[in-house]
Design a protein around this ligand. Structure first.
Ligand code: LLP
Length: 382
């Protein structure tokens, strides 16, 4: 179904984010239908969107929380996620953030370096606690996605290098306040080539066997997130291919009896339910280009400026069938403040309402106050 706004929102000041919570519910139902019968548990990666009404639906659907900062751990607790369903990941956790998560008694820390394990051990001891940890490994699997959001290659800063793993496991024996509960990997985001998850599974299978040879049985595996969505045709494919995603792991990941397997998805859960609404401030014609200058910019949605990402753009004020190319840009003082080049739109003019689609993930959370812009409000439907 094509995107439309309810009539009372037509007078809402722009720019604003619109979240279709009914679509979010349908997405969550499809996710759980694919995950649960196959025995997978899903943690939602809060980094994609931290709005409380969004988190409430996600929690109600039975997902846990994957957090990457102390602020996100606090937000997850505030949204009502049980501490036992919260994981804290991240390559640079500060002492204060670790202390906060230890005090909340979250389920697990995904640790990414020897030094982090040592610090975690010290801080846990000081609180008289044992910290459950999963080792985040860098499996050196190419996710075939944008280089800025590839995380599982040797060249990336993330995870423990496979060559360091034996030393890390030896170290663990001298860190009495840590309990090794699992293995974790995350190879990237917006992954559409699902076969990379088979490759990841095979790497994890080898590592799990190796850890067992070292005397470590793992109650828990975490295969990360990264399932991509269809930015080009959001109306045709509003719900990501959860079946394809989970069946990859079902086929290729060797699980031990009773073992818990987590995935941590962000984008696939929330991207399609969010839309950025903006009005055309001015039209401008240069020698070669016709510009539509919006009242939203890279400060509201940074993805196109940062990664050259495509977002589908619609003019909601014009139903004309004939289209022409426009460069759709924002008001910010940067040439990268461009939502799309040569976007085919019906005849567009000042005051038209424009929808920038698939903006629910890594949209509002990445907004900035550059140029002293006010933060766009969020409205919810469904
Ligand atoms: N787990 C870990 C350890 C991660 O680093 C991430 C994302 C996720 C899970 C969730 O990945 P997802 O299922 O959402 O792909 N700002 C970028 C995306 C950055 C992703 C960072 N890590 C964008 O707008 O495309």
């Amino acid at each position: 179904m094509a995107f439309s706004l309810s009539p009372e929102l037509l007078t809402q000041p722009t720019p604003f984010y619109h979240y279709d919570l009914a679509l979010l519910d349908r997405t969550l139902a499809a996710l759980q239908q694919a995950a649960r019968p196959r025995g997978f548990q899903t943690h939602y990666a809060l980094k994609a969107n931290v709005n409380l009404p969004v988190l409430a639906r996600i929690k109600a659907a039975g997902l846990g929380a994957d957090c990457v900062s102390g602020g996100e751990v606090q937000r997850a607790l505030e949204a009502g996620f049980a501490p036992g369903h919260i994981v804290f990941a991240g390559v640079g956790k500060s002492d204060a953030e670790i202390n906060l998560a230890l005090a909340a008694d979250i389920w697990c820390f995904n640790a990414e370096s020897v030094e982090e394990l040592q610090v975690l051990n010290g801080l846990a001891g000081a609180q008289g606690r044992t910290a459950r940890v999963a080792l985040r490994v860098n499996p050196n699997v190419d996710a075939h996605t944008h280089p800025h959001i590839t995380t599982g290659l040797e060249a990336n800063k993330f995870g423990i290098s496979l060559t360091d793993l034996p030393a890390v496991v030896t170290q663990l024996a001298s860190l009495p306040n840590l309990e090794l509960v699992g293995l974790h990997a995350h190879i990237g985001s917006q992954i559409t080539r699902l076969s990379v998850f088979a490759e990841l599974s095979q790497k994890l299978n080898e590592l799990q066997s190796w850890l067992e040879d070292q005397g470590h049985q793992l109650p828990h595996l975490n295969v990360g997130g990264g399932l991509g969505i269809d930015y080009v045709q959001p109306d045709e494919h509003p719900i990501p291919d959860f079946e394809g995603y989970f069946s990859m792991f079902e086929q290729h990941l060797v699980r031990r009896p009773g073992q818990q397997v987590h995935v941590e998805l962000g984008r696939a859960v929330v991207a399609q339910c969010g839309t950025l609404l903006s009005r055309v401030l001015y039209m401008k014609q240069s020698q070669q280009t016709r510009f539509a200058i919006l009242d939203a910019g890279m400060t509201e949605l940074m993805r196109p400026a940062l990664y050259g990402s495509y977002h589908h753009i619609q003019n909601l004020s014009s139903a004309a069938a004939e289209t022409q190319p426009y460069d759709v840009v924002g008001p910010i003082c940067e040439s990268s403040d461009t939502f799309g080049k040569a976007v085919l739109l019906p005849s567009t003019q000042r005051g038209d309402l424009v929808a920038i689609r698939s903006a629910g993930a890594y949209g509002e959370v990445m907004s900035s106050g550059y140029n002293l812009r006010e933060k766009a409000v969020a409205v919810y439907a469904g």
